[in-house]
Design a protein around this ligand. Structure first.
Ligand SMILES: O=C(O)[C@@H](CO)OP(=O)(O)O
Length: 237
């Protein structure tokens, strides 16, 4: 039986400010750092021995993985990073305050953008766009995306599109490891993990709207030999 642990990164500086984050590369807040360490302690208490780690190319997820594995005494395991595990790309909403957006466009529209399966956010138009927040300029894209296949670089995604770009990596790496009996840990993001959870648990397009994944709370799945979920628990709730 192989185990899969999903961890959403600890609170980011932009989560704390209630800003749309998406692909903007923000850091963990102090609280986020503590949440990541706590997740590692809880995983150590579970006694899980990991064989492989995966994360996105965004700092908040990578840092969370490293802090958690350090606490669990398993920083030595192999790790791979992929843009396919990045947060859903929030398009032109990136850097905006979520409460301000709800006032401007209405709470229901913002809920659809944030949680629906197939409503797209307003899209970016140029690869060179930047986001200005509190006097700092953030690039929408940089050289870490140089290997993204032609035409696949997103300018804004809904959960459906996010799932479509996560799935090839799931099949080629994560599922392949689990089938080989390896225990896998993934540190990623609220919406890239919601997409994975939808796939793993076969959740309907409507019901996925209600699924929330909290910062730093590990979701632990046990898979049987046929890749069916034999057990699932969320720790630290
Ligand atoms: O801002 C974001 O990128 C995500 C996750 O932090 O936000 P939301 O929960 O609104 O999808």
């Amino acid at each position: 039986m192989a185990k899969l642990v999903l961890i959403r990164h600890g609170q980011s500086e932009w989560n704390a400010l209630n800003l749309f984050n998406g692909w903007v590369d923000t850091k963990l807040s102090e609280q986020g750092i503590q949440q990541a360490r706590k997740a590692g302690e809880m995983l150590a208490a579970e006694g899980i021995q990991f064989d492989q780690a995966y994360t996105s190319v965004l700092t908040r997820a990578i840092t969370t993985l490293h802090l958690a594995l350090e606490e669990a005494g398993q920083l030595f395991i192999p790790e791979a990073k992929s843009w396919r595990l990045n947060e859903r790309h929030y398009g032109a909403l990136q850097g905006l305050n979520k409460a301000d957006a709800a006032e401007k466009w209405g709470a229901d529209q913002v809920l659809q953008w944030r949680r629906s399966y197939d409503v797209l956010p307003p899209l970016l138009t140029e690869q060179t766009e930047t986001v200005e927040v509190l006097g700092k300029t953030y690039a929408a894209f940089d050289r870490r995306y140089a290997d993204v296949p032609e035409g696949e670089l997103p300018f804004g995604e809904n959960l459906k599109v996010t799932l479509e770009r996560v799935l090839p990596f799931w099949a080629s790496n994560i599922e392949a490891d689990l089938k080989a009996g390896k225990n896998v840990i993934i540190a990623a993001h609220g919406n890239s993990l919601r997409a994975l959870v939808k796939h793993i648990e076969n959740i309907s397009d409507d019901d996925i709207l209600k699924v929330e994944i909290a910062n730093g709370q590990p979701w632990i799945y046990d898979f049987d030999a046929d890749m069916k979920v034999a057990d699932k628990k969320i720790i630290g709730e």
